[in-house]
Ligand binder design. Structure first.
Ligand SMILES: Cc1cc2nc3c(=O)[nH]c(=O)nc-3n(C[C@H](O)[C@H](O)[C@H](O)COP(=O)(O)OP(=O)(O)OC[C@H]3O[C@@H](n4cnc5c(N)ncnc54)[C@H](O)[C@@H]3O)c2cc1C
Length: 259
């Protein structure tokens, strides 16, 4: 069972984020970390390969400056190897361009299953995986809260507002997983040491046979024209409970027509 897991490497959300004043796109320099959303995908891939009694997990990532820190974290969890696409021409790529690049990289791995998170933590368009499935000519099942594989098919409990749907489709396929689908394992010291020597195949846009005018700012279908700071949150109403506090809370909820 060969599983490919998409891994986005993002600027640490705990650090202050910067926008490029010219392109108004997120500055993605220096050390990037494994997107938390993708730790669930990596763990899911490892468990499915183990349950299938063999096979391996290959990571695929598109990131600037040959950055591998986030990939090494996922390799330390137990993934076997990685493909990194890194090229200055990719700067400012939109979700469609990202899908085109990852599709070309994934074709090389010939996977039985492709896993991604429902949405990333920085761009969170939530559109890349389904565009990827379309470009690969594969079926996609999204918002998986439970995944199993058997008899050449994938079975998914697909999260809905009312609960979940039972969905099945033949392999190969693309599945997006929700946070909490599994509990990601912590890399062991042995895993961290082993990850240093695991192969990362680094590729450029040209090596994937992609025309540079199709990706990056040059190929983007949209342009960020203006960025405004989000409105600062107001302090909110403070209720001092001297026995009647609940009444103020009920009144507040009534005003919002919540009760
Ligand atoms: C604030 C902000 C707003 C943006 N708005 C838009 C927009 O409106 N339209 C648009 O087309 N682009 C937009 N982008 C760019 C977009 O984020 C990138 O193109 C990105 O690489 C793919 O989109 P996403 O992160 O939204 O993917 P999503 O669809 O949210 O990601 C879902 C999953 O796909 C996988 N994945 C996504 N990117 C990569 C990657 N580079 N390498 C490996 N796996 C990956 C991961 O598993 C991820 O969890 C925006 C970026 C930022 C930072």
């Amino acid at each position: 069972m060969n599983v490919v897991v998409c891994v986005k490497q993002i600027p640490d959300p705990a650090a202050p984020q910067r926008l490029d004043p010219e392109t108004k796109t997120l500055v993605r320099e220096g050390k990037l970390i494994l997107d938390d959303s993708d730790a669930y995908g990596v763990e899911m891939g490892l468990q499915l390969a183990e349950q299938a009694g063999g096979g391996e997990v290959t990571l695929v990532s598109m990131a600037p400056g040959g950055e591998t820190s986030g990939l090494r974290t996922a390799l330390a969890m137990g993934a076997a190897k990685a493909i990194l696409v890194s090229d200055d021409a990719l700067k400012g790529s939109d979700a469609l361009a990202t899908a085109k690049v990852l599709a070309k990289a994934i074709e090389r791995a010939q996977p039985d299953l492709v896993i991604a998170a429902t949405e990333s933590t920085d761009g969170y368009t939530g559109t890349m995986p389904v565009q990827l499935a379309e470009l690969l000519g594969l079926p996609s099942v999204t918002f998986a809260k439970k995944v199993s594989v058997g008899d050449g098919a994938v079975q998914v409990q697909r999260q809905t507002e009312a609960g979940y749907d039972e969905v099945q489709c033949p392999l190969p396929a693309v599945v997006t997983v929700t946070a909490g689908v599994v509990e990601p394992r912590y890399p062991s010291f042995k895993g961290i040491m082993a990850a240093k020597n695991k192969p990362v195949d680094q590729l450029t846009v040209a090596e994937l046979g992609i025309d540079a005018s199709q990706v990056g700012l040059a190929g983007a279908g949209q342009e960020v024209t203006e960025v405004e700071d989000a409105e600062a949150r107001s302090g909110g109403q403070i209720v001092v409970d001297e026995g009647e506090g609940f009444q103020q809370v009920v009144q507040f909820l009534e005003q919002l027509k919540l009760v």
